[in-house]
Write a protein that binds this ligand. Structure first.
Ligand code: PLP
Length: 397
C-alpha cells in the first residue's frame, strides 16, 4: 500500500471523526467521545453550535471573500466589538495564532522604530512558552525541539526562566522592545503566571518603556471565566494575540493593540490575503454574540470550580497517578505522576479526549458550553481511567 501523502509532522492518534454535536464527537462507526480537547481550545462553543452554523451558512450564500483593499463591514463590526470589550483601540485580523503573534511582534518593533528607536527590537519571553510554529514564533517560544534543524534562530528573542523577575531585570537592556507572555502557559503545562507577577511585568514595562504583549491565543475568549485571562490580574497589555476560541473552529486570529502601540502600522506595513475575510468575520461575530451574553462568563467560572473541586477529589483518591490539578476556569491541567500519555490513552479507552502538555500534564479544555452533568460524566471517566492505570501499574510491578 502507498504511504500517506501527508507530511509526517503529526503523531496522529488512530481516530477519525465524522460529526460532532455540543461536547460530543463521533467517528464514522458511531463511537461517541466526550471532547475535552475541543481542537485544543478551539471549539469554544462545541461542535455544530446552531448559531455558528447559521451565521456561516448565511454568509456562505452571500459572499466568501473580498480583498482587504475593500471595506469589509463584518470586519469593522468584529473589530469594534473586540475593542469595546477589551483594552484595545485597534485590531488586525489573521488566520491563526502564530500570525497574530507575528503581527504583535512586528507592531512592537515598528512602535519603537517610529519613536526614533530602531535599535529597540528585542523581545523577552519565558521558558516553557509556546507562541506558534513560524520562524519568528519558534524563536519566541525558544524550545530547542521546535528550533532544531531550521537554520539560524530568528534574531531578537531573549528567554528567561518562568516567572523569574530577577532574571528578567538582568535581561532588559537598551535594545529591549517588549515582553511577551502567556497569562497561563498552555502547551507549557497549564502553568498560570501569578496575578502579582503579571502586575509586576506591567510595572516593569512602564518603567522601562517596553510594550507588554500577551499571548491569549489559548487562554482568551472566556476560557478562564473572563473574556481575557489577564483581566483577573486587573492589568491591561499594549498588544495581545488572540485566536483559537474566537473562531469557534473557523480559522481566525486577531492582534489587538492600543492606538499608541499600533501607531507605526501605517498603510503598507502589514497585510494578509485571507485574514478577516467575510466567512471568518461572520463566525467571529456569532461567537461573540454567545460569549458576551449576560451570565456566560459567570457560568464558566462556576463550572470550572465544580470541575476543579471534583478533580481534586480524584487526585486525593489516586495520589499515585495524579500529582495535582491546576489552571483557571475551563483551562485545567492534571499534573500526572505516571507518564501523562498513559492516562491520555486510558481516557481514550473511556471514550474521552484530552490534550497532552509539557511538564507531564494533561490539558482539559472542554467547550465553554459544557453542562454540569457533562462535567460529572467527565470526572467519572477520569476516575475510571486513573483506576485502570493503577491496575496496569500493579500488574507491571
Ligand atoms: C498560547 C499559544 N500561542 C500561539 C499558538 C499558535 O497558534 P496557531 O497554531 O493557530 O498558529 C498556540 C497554539 O497552540 C498557543 O497555544
Amino acid at each position: 500500500m502507498r504511504e500517506s501523502a501527508l507530511y509526517g509532522t503529526y503523531a496522529r492518534q488512530p481516530l477519525a471523526f465524522e460529526r460532532g454535536e455540543g461536547c460530543w464527537i463521533e467517528t464514522a462507526d458511531g463511537d461517541r467521545y466526550l471532547d475535552f480537547a475541543a481542537g485544543i481550545a478551539v471549539n469554544s462553543l462545541g461542535h455544530a453550535h446552531p448559531h455558528l452554523v447559521a451565521a456561516l451558512t448565511e454568509q456562505a450564500g452571500k459572499l466568501w471573500h473580498v480583498s482587504n483593499v475593500y471595506e469589509i463591514p463584518g470586519q469593522a463590526r468584529l473589530g469594534e466589538r473586540l475593542a469595546e470589550n477589551s483594552f484595545a483601540d485597534k485590531v488586525f485580523f489573521t488566520n491563526s495564532g502564530a500570525e497574530a503573534l507575528e503581527c504583535a511582534i512586528k507592531t512592537a518593533r515598528r512602535y519603537h522604530h517610529v519613536n526614533g528607536h530602531p535599535e529597540r527590537y528585542r523581545v523577552i519571553t519565558f521558558e516553557g512558552a509556546f507562541h506558534g510554529r513560524t520562524l519568528a514564533t519558534i524563536a519566541a517560544g525558544g524550545q530547542a525541539k521546535y528550533l532544531e534543524g531550521f537554520g539560524p534562530k530568528v534574531e531578537g528573542f531573549d528567554q528567561v526562566p518562568f516567572d523569574d523577575t530577577e532574571a528578567l531585570l538582568k535581561t532588559i537592556d537598551p535594545e529591549t522592545a517588549a515582553i511577551l507572555v502567556e497569562p497561563i502557559q498552555g502547551e507549557g503545562g497549564v502553568r498560570p503566571i501569578p496575578n502579582a507577577s503579571l502586575r509586576r511585568l506591567r510595572e516593569l514595562c512602564d518603567r522601562h518603556g517596553l510594550l507588554l504583549i500577551l499571548d491569549e491565543v489559548q487562554s482568551g475568549v472566556g476560557r478562564t471565566g473572563k473574556l481575557f485571562a489577564h483581566e483577573w490580574a486587573e492589568i491591561t497589555p499594549d498588544l495581545m494575540a488572540v485566536a483559537k476560541g474566537i473562531g469557534g473552529g473557523f480559522p481566525l486570529g486577531a492582534c489587538l493593540a492600543t492606538a499608541e502601540a499600533a501607531k507605526g502600522m501605517t498603510p503598507g506595513t502589514h497585510g494578509t490575503t485571507f485574514g478577516g475575510n467575510p466567512l471568518a468575520m461572520a463566525v467571529g461575530n456569532a461567537v461573540l454574540d454567545v460569549v458576551l451574553e449576560d451570565g456566560f462568563m459567570e457560568s464558566i467560572s462556576k463550572k470550572g470550580l465544580l470541575f476543579k473541586q471534583s478533580l481534586a477529589a480524584v487526585a486525593d483518591e489516586f495520589p499515585d497517578i495524579v500529582e495535582g490539578v491546576r489552571g483557571e476556569g475551563l483551562m485545567l491541567g492534571i499534573k500526572c505522576r505516571v507518564q501523562n500519555l498513559r492516562l491520555l490513552e486510558a481516557l481514550r479507552d473511556q471514550k474521552m479526549l484530552v490534550v497532552p502538555a509539557g511538564d507531564n500534564v494533561l490539558r482539559l479544555l472542554p467547550p465553554l458550553i459544557i453542562t454540569e452533568d457533562e462535567i460529572r460524566e467527565a470526572v467519572k471517566r477520569i476516575h475510571d481511567a486513573a483506576a485502570a492505570v493503577r491496575a496496569t501499574e500493579k500488574a507491571d510491578a
